[in-house]
Design a binder for this molecule. Structure first.
Ligand code: PMP
Length: 391
């Protein structure tokens, strides 16, 4: 009901991708009308470079860092790969958690393939919180290396207290990386609050275009210079390739809009999320909300509908765009690794739907979605009862 997807659609999949903010759309369209490679010395090139500088400043203001600490990438996947491949050296620990996005988990597995003893996965509780106390068993017995923990989980919204992790890691001389893809622009936090050395983000999660992102590298971090892409030496040699000028400019405009609105938006969105939860749990008493409720992103709820396969419920409510587990894993027959790590059974994980709200979510979308969920769940339950016959 936000006018972006037609009047009958409740778009509740902001963690997969958010609708582009009007400011970002206007900036992208404007940028695409101009010619200019940001590395060219002529006037159109210099103009493109100037616009990129403005966007870098806008993103730095959102993160609370300086523009020189930003490396533009194609998104968080690339930023995570770049961060871990540069920060990890065999023989040192790479500490992460089993609830990370595959862009971190798979990279961590790949870089430690030759020295699997270097990969340390911290335990996760039933509430989705990573057990940071377990860092005491890693440090100070070992020193150095890198700790990579997501700031907010994409499936449950559960937040990590990165300052606690950073204290333990920094005392042991380790670098701290966070995949902050889901928190940036959603809660008013920046690199100072998180106390991290490296931070990954993707523009399309906060209303920018897809295909643009960044890695923040704290000035003075002892990060070996190991770029993933070499070539023309763009981004101070950290990421070769012609800059995605329109994408970067759109990301800057989205960062600016998100920074101005984030405090107010977070409160409004949390109230809408709470309303959705109370309508759904009120209508369907057996369902359960996953993740630590008082330590979550404002716009996410992960709901298990015991006995009802999530794919069937989703198919029965085409007017709601939500997802089974994470979008990146959707289509794959494996249940969510995040929910399994929290101790859910395979059946419960397969009966879980993630609803994620954002800056443009309306009250009407929530009311409609709640109606649709009730109708779809009732329909699926009836169909299953019929298929199984009288018990
Ligand atoms: N990390 C997290 C936590 C995410 O939610 C996502 C997107 N699903 C990514 C990384 C990857 O982002 P992108 O696909 O834009 O590179």
């Amino acid at each position: 009901m936000n006018g972006l997807n037609g009047p009958d659609m409740s778009y509740l999949d902001y963690n997969a991708t958010a609708p582009i903010r009007p400011e970002a759309l206007a900036a992208v369209l404007e940028a695409m009308k101009s010619v200019g490679n940001a590395s060219s010395m002529h006037q159109p090139g210099r103009q493109a470079a100037h616009r990129v500088d403005v966007a870098r400043r806008q993103l730095a203001d959102l993160l609370g860092c300086s523009p020189g600490e930003i490396i533009f990438t194609s998104g968080a996947t690339e930023a995570n790969n770049l961060a871990l491949r540069a920060a990890f050296t065999a023989g040192n620990p790479l500490v992460t958690s089993p609830v990370e996005h595959p862009a971190v988990l798979e990279t961590a597995r790949a870089v430690t393939a030759e020295s699997p003893e270097d990969l340390v996965l911290l335990p996760v509780g039933a509430d989705g919180l990573v057990d940071l106390g377990a860092l005491d068993q890693v440090f100070p017995a070992r020193r150095g290396g890198v700790v990579s923990l997501m700031a907010a989980n994409n499936e449950t919204g559960v937040l990590t207290d990165l300052r606690v992790a950073a204290k333990a890691a920094h005392e042991a001389g380790a670098l701290v990386h966070t995949d902050a893809t889901q928190i940036i622009g959603r809660l008013p936090v920046g690199v100072a609050e998180l106390d991290v050395d490296l931070l990954s983000l993707s523009a399309h999660k906060f209303g920018g275009p897809q295909g643009a992102g960044a890695l923040y590298v704290r000035r003075g971090s002892p990060l070996p210079h190991r770029p993933l892409l070499v070539g023309g030496g763009q981004e101070r040699g950290w990421r070769a390739g012609t800059l995605n000028v329109a994408g970067i400019i759109g990301m800057g405009a989205a960062a600016d809009a998100a920074r101005r609105g984030v405090g107010e938006e977070a409160e409004r969105i949390a109230a809408l999320r709470d309303r959705l939860e109370s309508l759904v749990t009120g209508a369907l008493p057996g369902c359960r909300i996953n993740g630590r409720r008082d330590q979550r992103l404002p716009g996410v709820t992960s709901i298990t509908f015991p006995g009802l396969p999530a794919d069937a419920v989703l198919a029965a409510m085409p007017e709601v765009a939500a997802s089974e587990g994470s979008a990146c894993a959707s289509g794959a027959p494996t249940p969510s690794h995040v929910l399994l790590a929290m101790g859910l059974s395979r059946d419960d994980a397969d009966s879980t739907i993630r609803f994620s709200l954002g800056y443009a979510t309306t009250n009407a979308e929530i009311e409609n979605a709640a109606h649709a969920v009730k109708r779809a769940a009732t329909q699926v339950r009836a169909a299953l009862a019929e298929a199984h016959g009288p018990s």
